[in-house]
Design a protein around this ligand. Structure first.
Ligand code: TRH
Length: 398
């Protein structure tokens, strides 16, 4: 349902795209926008610009970022520092496709300029990932502007063919396969992060979670375990538990072994290296949205720490995910529920069960990847939808 279709960009001419990204908290907002920007540039040959309000957070996951630059080019993408809602935009500043990430309120002057542009842009609001079914009813819904001749459409990531799917680059599997079939490359990567030969040979777990995760209890169970385990913690994550274990500041490079457990603090790494870290570890604890999705692609058992919401809404979302992902994976589900405070459990027994179930969990990861990718990847689905909006046919979209 595109208004004023006579003014729309011909589908074949969707060449430029702008993403507006407000960093609400943490790294997921910019993490997702940056991943999407790179994929649209590389695989869909769009001229992409990314307007982001927090270059410092961006720099943590992409060290090439100059936190002071108003405008810079990274990996073929124009990165603009979005400082405030002011600014005078003209129709010439407006891209063919405008993406508002997570309802971030793009500047009023930009919206005015969109309405004056001929042809008008495709305007999409990309939403966050949730496992609940209501998403299917809201995906691709139009939202006409109350005053201007513009319509924004909602586009949701998700796991079913009534959503936009998940971000997945077309060469991801090949890259992962190459890395995971080369033990030398994995060891060299881990050694560069500071791991000793003994740590590389041990069972390795990456730990990315929110501050309220029961990490201290898990450390305690691992410390009393039978086999050496190395837990790799990005700097700033699980800081209280890490400090208590290390009896020192949990800064990058800090490490300590107690009992069977070694805790090592890693620097935050660039996004592609974070993938390698997930591929190199035996188990990954991940959180939020983007690392959660990357863990699904890594083919290794993972435990998701879901972003907490009022009235424990996140418990419902976690259960919805487990229902989809983990039928028959009892230890996987139990570990996830206890890690997220949905129920109590004995950590040593949970870990033992989880490790015993690991081959089954890894097999499920492969099936899941195939199932989810059968609906196409998020960027391609989004571009197909943009083209359909342009051609005025929104009925038979993916
Ligand atoms: O950081 P997160 O908790 O982010 C999000 C946001 O808070 C968002 O507002 C909220 O809605 C959502 O959680 C639920 O977790 P996430 O989504 O996993 O994003 C982390 C990003 O950081 C991801 O792109 C991976 C990247 N990363 C690195 O690049 N290097 C690292 O060393 C680490 C640990 C992460």
């Amino acid at each position: 349902m595109v208004e004023h279709q006579d003014m729309s960009v011909p589908a074949s001419q969707l060449r430029t795209l702008t993403i507006f990204c407000k960093v609400v908290d943490n790294f997921g907002d910019i993490g997702i926008c940056w991943r999407l920007a790179k994929q649209l540039r590389r695989e869909h040959e769009l001229d992409v610009s990314l307007r982001v309000d927090d270059l410092r957070s961006f720099r943590r996951i992409c060290p090439q970022v100059d936190a002071e630059a108003a405008r810079q080019h990274i990996d073929g993408i124009t990165v603009l520092h979005w400082k405030n809602q002011e600014g005078r935009f003209t129709p010439d500043d407006v891209a063919d496709i405008v993406i508002e990430f997570f309802g971030c309120d793009i500047p009023p002057s930009y919206i005015e300029a969109m309405s004056r542009r001929d042809p008008r842009p495709v305007w999409l609001n990309l939403e966050g990932l949730t496992t609940e079914e209501w998403v299917e009813g809201c995906h691709r819904l139009p939202s006409p502007h109350p005053r201007l001749p513009l319509t924004k459409h909602f586009f949701f990531p998700g796991f079913t063919d009534r959503t936009g799917g998940l971000l997945h680059e077309d060469d991801l599997e090949e890259q992962r396969f190459r890395f995971q079939s080369a033990p030398g490359a994995q060891s060299a990567f881990l050694a560069e992060l500071g791991l000793t030969a003994a740590e590389i040979a041990s069972q390795k777990v990456s730990l990315f979670c929110y501050s309220y995760a029961p990490a201290a209890a898990l450390f305690d169970a691992w410390e009393r375990g039978n086999a050496p385990l190395t837990c790799l913690v990005p700097e700033g994550v699980a800081a209280d538990a890490a400090r208590a274990f290390l009896e020192a500041d949990p800064v990058a490079g800090a490490m300590r072994t107690r009992g069977a457990l070694t805790v090592r603090i890693l620097p935050f790494v660039a996004q592609p290296d974070y993938d390698r870290l997930l591929w190199a570890c035996d188990v990954n604890f991940v959180r939020g949205e983007d690392s959660f999705v990357r863990a699904q692609w890594a083919g290794k058992p993972f435990v998701w720490h879901i972003y907490a919401q009022d009235e424990n809404l996140h418990h419902k979302k976690l259960r919805a995910f487990l229902q989809r992902y983990a039928p028959g994976l009892e230890d996987f589900a139990a570990m996830s529920l206890v890690w997220n405070g949905v129920q109590d459990g004995d950590w040593q027994a949970l870990w033992k069960g989880f490790v015993a179930e690991a081959p089954k969990i890894a097999a499920r990861a492969e099936d899941w990847r195939r199932e989810v990718l059968a609906i196409g990847d998020f960027a391609s689905n989004m571009m197909a939808f943009a083209r359909q909006l342009q051609s005025g046919n929104t009925e038979n979209t993916v």
